[in-house]
Design a protein around this ligand. Sequence first.
Ligand code: PLP
Length: 389
Amino acid sequence: MSSLFLDQTYLFTPGPTPIPNKINAAMARPMIGHRSPDFSVLIEDVATRLEPVFGTKHPVMILTSSGTSALEAAVVNTIHEGDHAIVIVAGSFGDRLATIAENYGASVHRLNVEWGKSCTPEMLEAFIDELGDTPIKAVFGTFNETSTGVLNPIHALGQVVKTKTDALFIVDGVSCIGAVPVDMENDHVDILVTSSQKALMLPPGLAFAAFSDRGLQAIRECPERRFYLDLKRYVDTYEKQKSTPFTPAVSLIQGAQAVCDMIEEEGWENVIKRHLLLRDMLRAGIRELGLPLLTSEEDASPTVTAVKPEGIAAPAIQKALKKDFAITIAGGQKDLKGKIFRIGHMGYCTPFDVLKVLSALEMTLAKFGQAPHFGAAVKKAEEVYVKNV
Ligand code: PLP
């Protein structure tokens, strides 16, 4: 018998994520010109209906490129050669953010945090104190460190930035925006970016940038004019023409309209609650299997969970899930390569999806000779579900 049945596949990576049928259908709508009135209606609808998801009162700008472009845009529209910037590095995406800022000539102060742990406000405060009178132009942080499955306490970090510096707080929200609450003014986040292929349930190809009042002012006042990544150009074109400066991925923006419909139908508060439930179900099940979780309860991400197995190599589990069940999960990155596996549970993911991956894990552990836990993890996750729903 073939190890795979039919042609069903199950995507549990922390991006890209599965695409709902409604969104696929919206993306298949007839093409429209990006300088047409129809497009103006579309982009205004999407840019404003995404505001609550980004916790901003300004329309959300859309770039046709991946999330890294919006991170790079956030850097080039705020930082000038020689400016001092603090970058919180608690995993491979924090490391990437630091590299982008360094590549543009910033004097980067890396606040290194042990991978698998969050950056606490106390750590940031002590780090800023150590820098003394150094004028800090921006503090960069990763909201959800995808490489470790850690959600950083963005509100508390924002308060430290606010009270201790005049710096902008620029946040990479790539693997959690669309799943977690945020309030840019209240959290003191000035620029917040994400990409389409994560909790927003779209294919890869769009990057989003949202601004606080201060963030918007900073990009308007940026003395150097960039080109494709000139955020002021996006804001100006939106304000004057309700369009984008360059030809956008129109189909993906049509899909983004369906994303807004789906989020509103479920209710934004319910979307947030569902992600917490998925996290809690998965972690309860994994614990029941005796598999060590990389992160503490306090730091645990609602969108991706990292597991550090003992006795069986993480890549072997990843391979077996793929071969036997057509389940795709992710491995570790950089320092954690080969040591962990990561399960994404964001966007188009339901409690029943969590049961599927736990059930497959039970059978996989048995295959590797670990004492069978048939049904135990699924039962625990079901108990969490029943208690919460
Ligand atoms: N930042 C984080 C936290 C991510 O998870 C990712 C992608 O996984 C990126 C940045 C890069 O985004 P993209 O691949 O869309 O350029």
